[in-house]
Design a binder for this molecule. Sequence first.
Ligand code: TXA
Ligand code: MG
Length: 354
Amino acid sequence: MPARRLLVDPDAIDPDAIAAGAAALRAGELVAFPTETVYGLGAVATDEEAVRRIFAAKGRPSSDPLIVHVLPDADLGAVAGGERTDVERRLVDAFWPGPLTLVVPRGQAIGPTVTAGGPSVAVRSPAHPVALALLAATGAPIAAPSANRFSYVSPTSADHVVHDLGTACAVILDGGRTTWGIESTVVVERDGTLVVLRHGAVTAEELEAAVGDLVAVVDPAAEVDDGAAASPGRLARHYAPATPTIAVAPRAVADDASAALPPRTTYLGLGGRPSHLPAAVHFEALAPPGDLVGAAWSLYDALRRIDAEAATDLLLVELTGEAGLGRALDDRIGRAASGRRARTAGELVVLLGD
Ligand code: TXA
Ligand code: MG
């Protein structure tokens, strides 16, 4: 059955729509809802059967744990075990509600399906009026991964959710485009460090500023990145469009690579058209030059649109090469390209020959 799609204006919340979503959740059904990052596919986190339905709907392997969404209160109740550390408390104070996910010991209310059998649970409090209203009306924590088919591009609008999961959920709360358009940052405190398991809307620099005097903030790029990584969101192919994609530094499209490009090539850039881009290549800017927030907001929508148009045989997406939000963007762009990155024309020619 197609989902009931209910419009909810984030600035003037319709309590009936929220009540319908909460009732469906309490009945063990799945509800898609907007957060400030991307849309989530929610189930009551303490209802193991409903949580299993999330994995089935997404086609997600049961080994990939879910984020539990809670109201912005540092007391995590029975969701998390043990006491919050100084670092965790400070992160909660600084970033909740907001796009920061903390991995903490699993509490007794959370079953093994949510955590993929692991001893820890990922928790965050979303800064979106619709998500917060839904949490309050449901009266329970909500487990929700991004509301896309597994390994496809995350959804930043209700249309994206309908496309991927239109018959898999009971209700879709349509609150318009999400604010950030890129997922939350996932962190865990481990051995006196704060490990960034997934770069996201909160930057490593902001984490440093909040807790850098207590712990070293560690970048995952320094860690092994394989299928057995600590956080499955770090799989090499994730957030990936169907269109063959290569992540490129701008200088990779110099003259000596042009001849090897297929006729229907699209270049998704971060500002102006690179001067040496062959005339035949279709160019689109994600955002004005230097606007990383705008680029993050546009990226997933652009990837989905290019798939839907089916007019591109090769998609080149420009890497930012920047710190801050650039790390999250370059991570997503690299995964959208299944790890195929070209920094020079020579590297691009090699990848095109593969
Ligand atoms: O912005 C977001 O985080 C969105 C919205 C809906 O909240 N959610 C989201 O969920 O992106 P998902 O399931 O697509 O990504 C969750 C990430 C994955 O990389 C997963 O491996 C990691 O969090 N994760 C979840 N539980 C974990 C745990 N216990 N330990 C380590 N990583 C965990
Ligand atoms: Mg996801």
